[in-house]
Design a protein around this ligand. Structure first.
Ligand code: ZN
Length: 248
């Protein structure tokens, strides 16, 4: 019987083919990302039922999110309180940094396998990113949902906390974090600290999120595997390769 030969569990695991990007999948996940960008980076109103509202409104929202301005958490020198919404990053990837690109982002998402055209010409994807959904309480009156793109150091610290029964999980209801950056002569350093909900008010003058508020944010979270930034397709990659080759 053919039925008896299938392995339910194994079939459920998507084959991790090295040549990942199938066109059909890319198209659908692109839609998912665009939809996300509409709702990420802005205040989620408690109790707001529908977030999908087609129309001219979305044009501006998507445009500003796509510009990158509003989507990401911007960590600065002042300690900022955040709440991590998921128990881990939804997207992890490495990026190539192409200084020669003058028009557009110099940061190019690595395909993550041997077929990556930039890896193939010997460029190393040096920038590591792990992306988390967080609520920024930088303005305690206006909690805003952001994508927090962390480097390897902070990612390791978070992983350690996440895998520690006493300190984790990251999205434990009473757990908040502070993050701040320090610009040193040649480097930027980030300092992460855990804060218990009960200390928020006294230590940081920040009121914890209400239950309903938190639920509303959680409902907007990315799913594991969502891409914060789509990888470039072959044609676009070839263009960059040509740019680098011409330059050499
Ligand atoms: Zn690569």
């Amino acid at each position: 019987m053919p039925e008896a030969r299938t392995y339910g569990r194994r079939r459920a695991v998507p084959a991790a083919k090295p040549a990942a990007e199938k066109p059909a999948r890319t198209a659908s996940s692109e839609t998912a990302v665009s939809r996300r960008e509409v709702i990420t980076g802005r205040v989620v109103k408690t109790g707001a039922a529908s977030t999908t509202q087609a129309g001219w409104d979305d044009v501006d929202k998507v445009a500003s999110a796509a510009g990158g301005g509003d989507l990401y958490l911007k960590v600065n020198e002042n300690r900022m309180v955040i709440k991590i919404l998921g128990d881990g990053p939804f997207d992890v990837f490495a990026s190539h940094w192409i200084d020669e690109i003058e028009d557009g982002s110099k940061s190019i998402r690595c395909w993550g396998n041997a077929t990556c055209p930039l890896c193939q010409i010997g460029d190393k994807a040096k920038r590591f990113s792990a992306c988390f959904d967080v609520v920024s309480l930088e303005d305690p009156e206006v909690p805003v949902m952001k994508v927090w793109d962390v480097g390897i150091k902070i990612a390791r610290q978070l992983k350690e906390i996440a895998s520690d029964d006493k300190r984790g999980p990251l999205n434990r209801p009473d757990l908040y974090f502070t993050i701040r950056k320090e610009t040193k002569k040649k480097s930027v350093e980030y300092t992460l600290e855990r804060v218990k909900e009960r200390d928020l008010d006294e230590e940081y003058n920040v009121a914890p999120l209400g239950e309903e508020e938190l639920r509303a944010f959680q409902a907007e979270c990315h799913e594991y595997g969502d891409k914060v930034k789509e990888a470039l397709d072959e044609d676009a990659m070839e263009e960059i390769v040509r740019l680098l080759m011409d330059d050499a």
